[in-house]
Ligand binder design. Structure first.
Ligand SMILES: [Zn+2]
Length: 534
């Protein structure tokens, strides 16, 4: 299965999903398999273990499972359906970093390595760690019939652990890491599997290529500019590689954007050129941390991935989206064009974070965005694609609710543009009042522009509330309503950038702002001080 297909297509043509971070309703994954098969994909990387969750109820370690975890029977059903469709489900167990699914439990707390916040590890030098990982890996590897087992091993921070430092004693920084990789590799080989691991540590410390077992498959994930050199280095050292772009990552939310599509096509173009071709096993498009996006707004990118990896070269997005709109929704070319252009115009994560401001600092970033005009120039086109899609959704033959998720993505993006624009108008009115005040104008003259500013802010709050309610309904349609990631008010770190909580905090911030301005305006009428509010 690792062989290249004739005609340039990749042997491994995959999607990686992240149920550890965002567990979707179980039936969704079955639907995803159908979509994947329809578009020529043959591999699903199942990233079910990470800091935020462990989505499998193991017999050996049931204590690891988080809410809505798959039972062994459920996961077997998924694997069986995948097999019928020609899709290999590869389990991924983070076997060093991203280890809070283990160390968050009281009984394993002493295994925690690295800082409290950010990257971390299960201490590879603690005597309890390897036996525990061996038990987990053994059960998972035996449950999944795939010839591959993905051991994770990305983004490890061993911090200043005295145990690890004692063990390293003057050797290179990566030595403890490499020793651990070898130990995990032995366990994985012992179950008769080929080991896959993320290649970020190897990219940073190429010296490891000399000591790691050559039968390890290195998964090079690169989500910005593609850097072929580290991948070439792995190939030259005799390793097999998989190239991993991203549909969804920290840099984009709501839906994939132009940068994400460029990343996918660039990775594919790079993989196609690398030699020896037989050691380039294929591509797996990763979909991380989807709580910040709308689940169904990512379906078109799954189709795109299938086209791209089947062709083994970059593909024309507009053409794919037309075919997708036709086969998926029974909608015409106009809908396909709108789907493509909508995604190309999607704001980036920093733009969304600023536009949906929930603090004075973010509000200033929003004003900066307004000044640069980057979002404002997209407002009209976003509105027109969204209208085209809404029309298509009304007349769509199939999967209408899914198509409406794309309409909603357009509305969220449109809200971002609108809020930035409106904020600059409100501030402009406010500044006018300020100027009048400096000129010694009376209360009556000031209150005109101030009331206008307030009116704009109130409209912004209403717009945010309307979209937030729609996103809330979409969450309940597609996800578990009791998922803590739905709400930000638990103070949990991982929900900071989630879409719905972000919208709700934005709405609350605008509420507080309008309240304090209203009060100040009333006080000012009675002779109170100016300036206030903005
Ligand atoms: Zn340690």
């Amino acid at each position: 299965m690792a062989r290249r297909k004739t005609g340039g297509g990749f042997g491994i043509r995959g999607i990686m999903v992240d149920p550890a971070r965002q567990g979707e309703r179980h039936e969704y994954y079955f639907e995803l398999l159908e979509l994947m098969a329809e578009w020529g994909l043959n591999t699903l990387w199942w990233h079910f273990a990470d800091d935020e969750g462990f989505m499998l109820k193991l017999r050996s370690h049931p204590e690891l499972a988080t809410p809505h975890a798959f039972s062994r029977t459920e996961i077997r059903d998924l694997i069986d359906r995948a097999a019928e469709l020609g899709i290999d489900v590869v389990p991924e167990v983070e076997s060093l970093g991203h280890g809070r699914y283990i160390t968050r439990l009281r009984k394993y707390r002493e295994l925690a390595d690295g800082p409290e916040i950010g990257f971390n590890a299960v201490c590879p030098s603690h005597p309890r760690t390897l036996p525990l990982l061996e038990e987990i890996i053994t059960e998972v590897a035996d449950l999944f019939p795939s010839p591959y087992f993905h051991a994770g091993l990305d983004e490890v921070d061993l911090g200043q652990c005295p145990r690890c430092r004692r063990r390293a004693r003057g050797r290179p920084r990566w030595w403890v890491y490499a020793q651990h990789v070898k130990a995990i590799h032995k366990v994985v080989r012992g179950r008769g599997k080929e080991m896959v691991m993320w290649a970020d540590h190897v990219e940073r410390a190429p010296g490891m290529l000399r000591v790691l077992p050559k039968d390890v498959v290195l998964a090079h994930w690169q989500y910005r500019q593609i850097r072929p050199e580290p991948i070439r280095r792995s190939l030259k050292a005799g390793f097999r590689v998989v190239g991993c772009p991203a549909l969804c990552r920290w840099g984009n939310m709501i839906a994939p954007n132009d940068a994400a599509y460029a990343n996918m096509n660039d990775m594919t173009a790079t993989l196609a050129k690398l030699r020896p071709a037989s050691a380039v096993l294929g591509g797996v498009n990763t979909c991380w941390t989807l709580w910040r996006g709308l689940r169904d707004a990512y379906q078109p990118a799954v189709a795109f991935t299938g086209e791209m990896f089947t062709a083994g070269r970059p593909v024309d997005g507009r053409r794919v989206m037309r075919r997708f709109a036709q086969t998926r929704y029974g909608a015409g070319a106009k809908a396909g064009d709108a789907i493509w252009r909508l995604q190309q115009a999607m704001p980036t994560q920093p733009e969304v974070a600023a536009a949906l401001f929930d603090s004075p600092t973010d509000m200033f970033s929003a004003l900066e965005l307004a000044g640069r005009g980057t979002l404002a120039e997209r407002a009209d086109s976003l509105a027109s694609f969204t209208a085209d899609l809404a029309e298509a959704a009304a007349g769509a033959r199939d999967n209408r609710a899914e198509l409406r998720a794309l309409v909603l993505a357009g509305r969220v993006a449109g809200l971002c543009c609108g809020q930035v624009d409106a904020l600059s108008r409100a501030v402009e009115r406010y500044r006018r009042a300020e100027d009048l005040n400096e000129l010694g104008a009376g209360v009556r003259m000031l209150s005109g522009p101030l009331r206008e500013a307030l009116k704009v802010l109130r409209a912004m709050r209403r717009n945010a509330a309307t979209v937030a309610r729609a996103v809330d309904r979409e969450w309940d349609r597609t996800r578990y309503g009791d998922d803590p990631k739905k709400s930000s008010f638990t103070g949990r770190r991982y929900s900071r950038d989630a879409l719905l909580p972000k919208l709700e905090r934005h709405e609350r911030f605008l509420g507080r702002l309008t309240e304090s301005m209203t009060e100040a305006l009333a006080a000012h009428r009675k002779g109170g001080a100016f300036p206030f509010g903005l």
